[in-house]
Ligand binder design. Structure first.
Ligand SMILES: [Zn+2]
Length: 413
């Protein structure tokens, strides 16, 4: 083993093993019991170590807008309209500052990888994109930011949008998103986006089927085109709240088709809960795609943050562990499912984003988070606090463990 820079002593792994972790040159060198080496060390006291969290779907460009537009805009269409009215006034500096605020929060929650969706259209031009590309450069010390450009307000109905998407892809956007449900011609949008994905050799990530009527789905067209275009393994879909309305047998059948076609699925529990089911008089449905059930049938799946403190979702602290816990509450995922739920914000999410060298094994990037928990059950059930993290072997944040000052104990130290 090469000379380590750091040894993390007494780390618990997800499988229950207790190991020391040797880190050097930005990578994990070894995970073994009782590593002896001449290097600085930190005793974790048996705390759980996970690879850094991967947030597969975040809108940094429209985060933190509540101060500008109030907070109760109702349904999905109202939220899109509220942000659309503000978007014309976005400047690169404004988007950068709001995005940086979110990234600072994500880092202290243990996130080391993030895919951010950026709206591109004639209203905002490339101003948000420019800011997010600057964030990608400036935050590379802590987060690998992947930039997904997409037409939130439609493509075919919004002339000039496609040219701007092309410009963004030429300027280094990592992948292309879609939003067929706002388009005048949803299937044509899907088709145009597959054309562009092939031209630029990028993956696709659609906002899709964001309602609770399972009698029709744009997902059928995405499935068809993914197979026809040979783009399996390169397509993800987010929300797909319709899936929450499917009976178990239909969900299982669809899972087989998704796994076969190589289409990944992301649930965005906070937004999906907040925006769907609003017209119900009572017994409002949950409206969150049961992705751990899809994952159990071989579909690549994740749970992610989506919107933060804006008309789509007036909540958010960028904690993926909180989001995993929320998902588990809503989707009836009990303790036996907690490992699968943690996969949705770690290994599953990393697979969706195609992150090379991810995980806790010798040779992997030393991107990890230490939780104030001893095992997976505690981590997921309690929303355990991240206490420090490493990015490429360098400590990227520290959050001290809280102390109680019991009676008789000095409180001022
Ligand atoms: Zn989204």
């Amino acid at each position: 083993m090469p000379q380590p820079d750091l040894i993390l002593k007494n780390a618990s792994l997800r499988d229950g093993r207790r190991v020391d972790i040797a880190i050097g040159g930005g990578r994990i060198l070894a995970l073994e019991p009782a590593i002896v080496a001449d290097a600085p060390s930190e005793d974790l006291g048996g705390r759980l170590v996970l690879p850094g969290f991967c947030d597969t779907h975040v809108h940094l460009d429209k985060a933190c807008l509540l101060g500008r537009c109030g907070h109760d805009h109702g349904d999905l269409a109202a939220a899109i309209g509220a942000v659309s009215r503000l978007k014309a006034g976005f400047t690169p500096d404004d988007v950068y500052r709001r995005g940086a605020y979110c990234l600072d929060k994500a880092i202290v929650q243990g996130t080391t990888h993030m895919r951010t969706h950026v709206e591109i259209d004639p209203l905002v031009g490339l101003r948000s994109f420019e800011a997010v590309m600057a964030l990608k450069r400036d935050y590379a010390w802590a987060v690998d930011l992947s930039v997904c450009v997409f037409p939130q307000e439609g493509l075919i109905n919004n002339p000039g949008t496609e040219e701007l998407l092309v410009e963004a892809l030429e300027q280094g956007a990592d992948l292309l998103g879609g939003c067929p449900y706002t388009d005048s011609e949803p299937h044509t949008q899907i088709s145009r986006l597959f054309d562009l994905a092939r031209r630029f050799d990028v993956d696709l990530d659609f906002h899709l089927d964001f309602d609770l009527d399972p009698s029709w789905m744009h997902l059928d067209e995405v499935l068809r085109q993914t197979v026809a275009r040979g783009w399996g393994g390169r397509v993800a879909v987010g929300h797909v709240t319709k899936l929450s309305a499917l009976p178990a047998a239909a969900l299982d059948a669809l899972a087989l088709r998704l796994a076969g076609a190589g289409i990944a699925v992301t649930a965005l529990p906070s937004t999906d809960l907040y925006l769907t089911g609003r017209t119900e008089a009572g017994n409002a449905p949950r409206g969150v795609a049961p992705v751990h059930r899809l994952a159990a049938r071989g579909v690549c799946c994740s749970v992610a943050t989506n919107n933060v403190m804006n008309p789509f979702t007036p909540f958010g602290d960028l904690s993926l562990l909180r989001m995993a816990n929320l998902y588990a509450n809503v989707c009836h995922a009990g303790p036996a499912d907690f490992p699968a739920v943690l996969d949705l914000v770690t290994t599953g999410a990393a697979r969706l984003m195609k992150i090379a060298g991810y995980g806790l094994h010798a040779g992997a990037a030393a991107d990890l988070v230490v939780l104030d928990a001893m095992d997976e059950q505690q981590a997921c059930g309690e929303i355990a606090a991240p206490i420090f993290g490493l990015k490429n072997g360098r400590r990227s944040f520290t959050r001290p463990v809280p102390r109680l000052h019991r009676p008789g104990e000095a409180a001022l130290s």
